[in-house]
Design a protein around this ligand. Structure first.
Ligand code: ATP
Ligand code: MG
Length: 194
């Protein structure tokens, strides 16, 4: 499951858990992005902070792990590189790339998308207010699934922290404490992206 995870929240975790269960996946690998080219416009938190919050949030689940492939690769993050690195690490695995329907839309319209479909099956999770246009996508390589509605976004969490409002129960407890410990999201750059 790819994401910026700035911060990781319960919407991500519910989506991952639902896809894991529906598809009977052996493992869900959370992959925090390095420098997402789609989000070049705003200051994104240090990759180490995003990585550690993801580790904290997933630590208790035996089938959730976190990968550093994107944060350790220099330059912008492209999904083809992510999938090639993961497939080198797990040569016998059938890869499913899980992401939100919004992110899936931009990934699938990217230039090398024919190559993407050879690397993984794509699963788009839908949430309120985000529709995916599947016209023109290869048959059988993309599945959309509905996950229990969680009207939470990282943007909203950052805005709340910046305004001094609580994010308890929107993100895991350890993530609330991590945000406080390092005074993340207090600088007023809310990003403003869903
Ligand atoms: P931001 O507000 O900064 O864009 P985000 O909440 O969308 O953050 P990302 O790290 O961009 O979080 O999310 C990774 C993926 O998880 C995205 O494809 C996104 O659509 C999906 N996602 C985010 N929030 C939810 C949610 N509440 N339910 C289901 N999927 C979600
Ligand atoms: Mg987003």
């Amino acid at each position: 499951m790819g994401g910026t995870f700035d911060p990781i929240h319960h919407g991500h975790l519910v989506a991952a858990s639902e896809v894991q269960s529906v598809f009977g996946l052996d493992e869900v690998v959370f992959v925090p992005t390095g420098r997402p080219w789609q989000k070049a416009g705003r200051g994104i938190s240090d990759p180490e902070h995003r990585y550690l919050m993801t580790v904290i949030a997933t630590a208790a689940n035996p089938v959730f792990t976190v990968s550093r492939v994107d944060i350790d690769r220099p330059g912008a993050t492209y999904t083809t590189d992510t999938l090639k690195d993961l497939s080198a690490l797990h040569p016998d695995a059938d890869l499913f790339f899980i992401t939100g329907a919004d992110a899936l839309q931009s990934i699938l319209t990217w230039r090398n998308n024919h190559e993407l479909f050879e690397l993984a099956h794509f699963i788009g999770v839908t949430r309120p207010g985000h529709e995916l246009d599947t016209s023109g996508l290869p048959e059988g390589r993309v599945t959309l699934i509905e996950v229990p509605a969680m009207a939470i976004s990282s943007t909203d969490c950052r805005v709340r922290v910046a305004a001094g409002n609580p994010v308890w129960y929107l993100v895991p407890d350890g993530v609330v404490q991590y945000i406080n410990k390092y005074a993340l999201y207090t600088g007023g750059d809310d990003g403003g992206e869903q």
